[in-house]
Write a protein that binds this ligand. Sequence first.
Ligand code: IPM
Ligand code: MG
Length: 368
Amino acid sequence: MANPSLLILAGDGIGPEVMAEVKKIIRWFDAKRGITFDVSEDLVGGCAYDAHGTPLTDATMAKAQSVDAVLLGAVGGPKYDKLDFSVKPERGLLRLRKEMDLFSNLRPAQCFDALADFSSLKKEVVAGLDIVIVRELTSGVYFGEPRGIFTEGNERVGINTQRYTESEIARVARSAFELARKRNNKVCSMEKANVMESGILWREVVQEIHDKEYPDVELSHMYADAGAMQLCRWPKQFDVIVTDNLFGDLLSDMAAMLTGSLGMLPSASLGLPMSNGRPKALYEPVHGSAPDIAGQGKANPIACILSFAMALRYSFNLGDDATRVETAVEKVLADGVRTADLMGPAGGTPVTTSQMGDAVIAALDASL
Ligand code: IPM
Ligand code: MG
């Protein structure tokens, strides 16, 4: 049987630095576990624009469609701020999500014990936190038409459209209920049904899918603003949160900070199964390209490493090996290894990106 295939799109800013540590882990799996991936690499984002005048070429798009999983670093940077909207680095990422139809974006927010002191919230609020936000990723206001900046009379008007079909809501709801069944069987759905018709439909469809197909799962609904408040007040009341594209973007950044550092959080963006039964999939850290620290060896590679662990679990059915990587990360943190973003007010000497990767490799070695 052919080896599983991976396309690496390291992207911009700290993307290539954090991805270099994932490549070490991929090599480790080859050498120590006999699990070999066929890895190819390509450009996305600003670096693709520099090389080709577009943030994602058709050839790269085609490659992404043909592999078992895509690993992405980060896109964007101040250098590209003035580019026309249509060729901004982010458009490359959004095209991947849309054309691969990656409608279900899993964003876990897990607070590692070793970092519980590190959150801006009280320790008892975040210690042991383990929730997943399931963000709809291919529709809503990110993609709705009409959109644009138009002229009306003597002024300009900016328009975006929030639009959800029943089937788009139903499929992301199903993925949240399925995930909940593998966890604590509890889903909270968030929208703004008090002000948006798309929110009313969202709530109705999520409830219908629940009643017909997942009556065993505990379901609640919250307005997204109240949900944001509750996430801050007592996040451990949640297990799986399902929400739309824009609310999911906001709520997942907020949930990330509960855990102490945006540098810790992985994500999986999943679509429909391919002919080999694997879901179309792209894995990426939740953090961005962090241009302010790019190229200095300061970035925390853990989010990207944990994204690879999610690939092992969701694309390659290697749940035990995913846990092996996650446990290695936990051990390294428990041993006090810290990149700069994880230095508390007490200070200390941070390790570099590459030293953090090496520490994870050493913990992996010890796991054998
Ligand atoms: C994210 C990011 C992206 C988004 C940007 C880079 C397009 O913020 O993945 O959360 O808004 O979805
Ligand atoms: Mg975001």
